[in-house]
Ligand binder design. Structure first.
Ligand code: AKG
Ligand code: FE2
Length: 327
């Protein structure tokens, strides 16, 4: 099916029901549909349409992601695997792992990658703090990033994209052939909490709304304990649910305890631990108290509709403009 037709017919019932509930007006609907048309013609999401897509997720209490998933799974069905299926006797079985991911929004694979793969990234980050640091960190900057080209060339990234279990989980979760739109690594520094912009550094609870449907694969590059900046999340908050925890903003810790949601979980683990995450779940990093925390991240998505990054990762498996090419 043609992308514009598939996207429009997936989104119209959602737009209609939000209109009927009085949550959006006809200008919103028209403007969003014309943004979709622009995207399908050019591969560029107008900024205003991107902002609307973030509101649609919140206004629809997550249903927006399900409608997008339905459209993209028809447009870009996962390619039939050439490989033999994953060994069904692995323990825990694949179906259990997938069920945990689907139901809680997160799956943790402890010490999954060997230390030599992750230590390469730690060394690159050590060096990045000296001459080739992208921007020297003033004391108020809690984190600094590794140059994206170094991430792409790393053995860890090559290993992640060849990993059968990860690939299967990502394509089953997205229910389509995944794109990679972000490959990054950063170091979180133990600096004075009073001087940090906690919101800007993703150190306050939030949900990620850059894409309609996506999955992040994090790898801990350093051993992470309670005081070295664990990634923290609230299980099951990715599911269409009560409106109170689906807002496009930062949340203070005490607000989370007052919402009727699961208890937040801090993920502790040795370096090499993999976290597969639907960060539509409420989540945040925590500021390390003693030693720095390094983390690697690959983001998989069903389409680049949304935030304006991801088009420069050409040359991977990407047919970035597939939405355009086939329209
Ligand atoms: O640093 C962290 O653990 C959180 C990062 C985050 O919010 C994200 O990658 O979406
Ligand atoms: Fe985030």
């Amino acid at each position: 099916m043609e992308p514009l037709r598939a996207l429009t017919s997936a989104m119209l019932p959602l737009l209609r029901s939000l209109y009927d509930e009085g949550l959006i007006d006809s200008d919103f609907t028209q403007s969003f549909l014309s943004g979709l048309t622009h995207y399908c013609r050019t591969g560029i999401t107008p900024h205003y349409t991107y902002v609307q897509s973030r509101s649609l997720y919140c206004l629809s209490r997550g249903r927006y992601a399900l409608h997008a998933k339905a459209a993209f799974s028809v447009l870009y069905p996962a390619a039939a695997s050439q490989e033999p299926p994953l060994d069904p006797s692995v323990n825990p079985p694949y179906s259990d792992l997938f069920a945990i991911l689907k139901n809680t929004g997160y799956l943790i694979l402890p010490s999954y990658f060997c230390t030599s793969l992750v230590d390469e990234i730690a060394e690159l980050l050590d060096r990045a703090s000296h001459p080739d640091l992208l921007a020297p960190p003033p004391a108020t900057l809690a984190r600094y990033f590794l140059d994206g080209r170094k991430c792409l060339k790393s053995k860890l990234f090559q290993q992640i994209i060849q990993d059968k279990l990860i690939f299967q989980l990502v394509s089953d979760y997205l229910a389509c052939e995944p794109l990679i739109d972000l490959v990054t690594a950063w170091r979180l520094m133990p600096i004075d909490p009073n001087s940090v912009d906690l919101s800007a550094e993703a150190l306050q609870y939030h949900i990620d709304l850059d894409r309609a449907h996506f999955l992040k694969v994090f790898v801990y590059i350093t051993d992470v304990c309670e005081d070295s900046g664990p990634h923290t999340f609230v299980p099951r908050t990715h599911l269409a649910n009560a409106p109170s925890h689906i807002q496009d903003r930062r949340y203070m810790d005490h607000e989370i305890t007052s919402l009727s949601v699961d208890t937040p979980l801090s993920i502790l683990g040795f370096r090499g631990t993999v976290i597969i995450a639907d960060t539509h779940c409420l989540h945040k990093g925590t500021l390390p108290v003693r030693s720095h925390r390094d983390i690697f991240q690959v983001e998989f998505c069903s389409s680049l509709f949304g935030a304006p990054y991801g088009k420069d990762i050409l040359g991977l498996n990407q047919d970035i403009f597939r939405d355009v090419a086939s329209s």
